[in-house]
Ligand binder design. Structure first.
Ligand code: HEM
Length: 117
C-alpha cells in the first residue's frame, strides 16, 4: 500500500514537471502562450493529487487545510489555462500577467507542498 502511494506521488510529480516544464519552455522562448502539455500536466497532477488527498498507505495525520489550499490554487491555474486558451484563439497569445501567473501559481503549489509542514 505504501509503495502504491509512492507510485501515485511519482505520477503527481510527473504532472507537476509537465506543467512547469511546458510553461518554462514558453517563458525562456519569450512566448506568452499556453499549450496543451500544460493542461495535461495540470490534469495529471490534479487526479493524482486527489488520490493522495485520501489517507491511505500512511501512518500520520494529513494536513487538510494545506490540501484544500492546494486544490484552490490548482483550480485557479485551471481557470487561467481556460481563459488563456480562449484569448489565444482570438489574439494569438495571452496577456503577460496571465502567463506569469500560471508559472508563479504552479511554483506556489509546489512550495506549499514542500514547505508547509
Ligand atoms: C499544480 C498543482 C500541484 C503541484 C505543483 C503540486 C506539487 C506537489 C509536490 C512537489 C509534492 C511533493 C511534496 C513532498 O513529498 O514533500 C506534492 C505532494 C502532495 N500533493 Fe500536490 N501538487 C499540486 C496539486 C495538488 C492537489 C490539487 C492536491 C489535492 C487536492 C494535492 C495533494 C498532494 C498530497 C496529499 C501530497 C503529499 C503526498 C504524500 O506525502 O503522501 N496536490 N504535491
Amino acid at each position: 500500500m505504501e509503495t502504491l502511494r509512492h507510485v501515485v506521488l511519482l505520477v503527481h510529480l510527473v504532472g507537476f514537471a509537465l506543467l512547469f516544464g511546458a510553461w518554462a519552455v514558453e517563458a525562456v522562448n519569450r512566448r506568452y502562450k499556453v499549450t496543451r502539455l500544460m493542461s495535461y500536466g495540470l490534469l495529471i497532477a490534479g487526479v493524482a493529487g486527489l488520490a493522495l488527498a485520501a489517507p491511505w498507505g500512511i501512518s500520520y495525520d494529513m494536513n487538510y487545510v494545506k490540501i484544500g489550499v492546494k486544490l484552490v490554487v490548482l483550480l485557479a491555474i485551471g481557470a487561467l489555462l481556460g481563459i488563456g486558451s480562449a484569448r489565444q484563439r482570438r489574439n494569438g497569445s495571452v496577456p503577460p500577467a496571465l502567463f506569469w501567473s500560471i508559472g508563479v501559481l504552479t511554483l506556489v503549489n509546489a512550495g506549499i507542498a514542500v514547505l508547509w509542514r
